[in-house]
Ligand binder design. Structure first.
Ligand SMILES: [Zn+2]
Length: 354
């Protein structure tokens, strides 16, 4: 390692600021952004309404739908300009260069926002700086754009159930997920500043995700104010994540039937967003048969009773649940989690069914 690289590691990422979106960025792929930008960059792009929309993309380097959506919005704006000022945060361009979520030496760019448990890492200083600049600009709303790896519909996630948050989420999808964990995510930090959502645009590489995200950003830029009327309950499918599913770090897993502590079914991600009954099989136990999935509460509540039953050597749901973000991607499983379990909730947060 030469000296400059060592310095870079100690110093961590630095926030860069730009007040124009250069035309050469319009067609630059996410993996090439390192050629044009010096690091995580906050753009201020003037529009007709002064209260800005804050948009963040590439907090995860291999999730480039947000970047492509922004390129599409900026191409459309080339002739007429933006209807509203946009503060655009382009996050982890080093991970984008390597086409990974987060580089091994880095901390996750969507787990290091204020509220994180790792507030002393260098990435957290960048996120704090971004929040303070955005807060001072009195933003209209905030959108963070992501992809995921499993088979999922497009959906919006929020951290508060008040009307502006729900209206913003509904602008993207009628499927809306309320969550309290993981900590340190952008939308939770921004929820203290303005209505904020995270949008999940399906797998990387699909043009449908890019078009949907671009339409959403455009609609939010064009919106003059949030409706004063409440959103009717019938307009939304509201779910709350209750539990995070993890595979213990030292346990092995497979999706192709090969022997492992957890032999999971090959179509596991096709269970996402379906209402599963108790007894649904996620896989079978292999190895010593003694390992169990980790089921971690997604908030400051205790989980009552067991979520899984292992009695027959199978991994079966012990109660009804709706999974999300179940993935077959080993990197996603090791870096993040296997998926989540959700329950239907009402507008006031009470648990409905199952
Ligand atoms: Zn992500």
């Amino acid at each position: 390692m030469d000296n400059s690289a060592e310095e870079l590691l100690i110093a961590g990422p630095q926030l860069h600021m730009l007040d124009r979106f250069a035309p050469e960025l319009l067609d630059l792929p996410a993996a090439e952004l390192w050629r044009a930008l010096k690091g995580p960059t906050l753009f201020r792009i003037e529009g007709r309404q002064p209260k800005p929309l804050f948009v963040s993309v590439l907090l995860h380097g291999n999730e480039d739908t947000g970047w492509q959506a922004v390129q599409s919005v900026m191409k459309e704006a080339a002739a007429r300009g933006l209807p509203r000022t946009m503060l655009l945060f382009v996050g982890n361009i080093d991970a984008a260069r390597a086409n990974v979520r987060t580089l091994p030496a880095q901390n996750d760019y969507n787990r290091t926002w204020p509220g994180t448990l790792s507030e002393h890492v260098p990435e957290a200083a960048v996120m704090r700086a971004v929040i303070e600049i955005v807060r001072a600009a009195e933003p209209f709303a905030s959108i963070d754009i992501h992809n995921n790896t499993g088979h999922n519909p497009h959906y919006a996630c929020l951290n508060e159930l008040s009307d502006p948050f729900l209206h913003l989420a509904r602008l993207f999808s009628r499927t809306i997920v309320y969550f309290k964990k993981p900590l340190g995510v952008q939308s939770a930090a921004m929820a203290h500043v303005c209505p904020s959502v995270t949008v999940e645009c399906g797998r990387v590489g699909g043009m449908a995700g890019v078009e949907h995200a671009a339409e959403f950003v455009h609609a939010a830029l064009a919106m003059s104010h949030f409706p004063t009327k409440s959103l009717p309950e019938s307009e939304i499918d509201l779910l709350q994540t209750r539990a995070i599913l993890k595979i213990p770090e030292d346990a092995t897993f497979s999706f192709d039937g090969r022997d492992a502590d957890m032999r999971l079914r090959a179509d596991l991600d096709h269970l996402n967003f379906s209402e599963l009954s108790a007894g649904t099989v996620f896989g079978t136990l292999g190895g010593s048969g003694a390992r169990r999935l980790e089921v971690v509460p997604c908030g400051d509540f205790k989980l009552r009773g067991d979520y899984f039953d292992y009695q027959t050597g199978e991994i079966r749901l012990a109660r009804p649940a709706i999974p999300s973000m179940l993935t077959l991607d080993p990197n996603a499983i090791r870096l993040d989690c296997l998926g989540y379990l959700m329950q239907r909730i009402a507008r006031d947060g009470t648990i409905l069914t199952p």
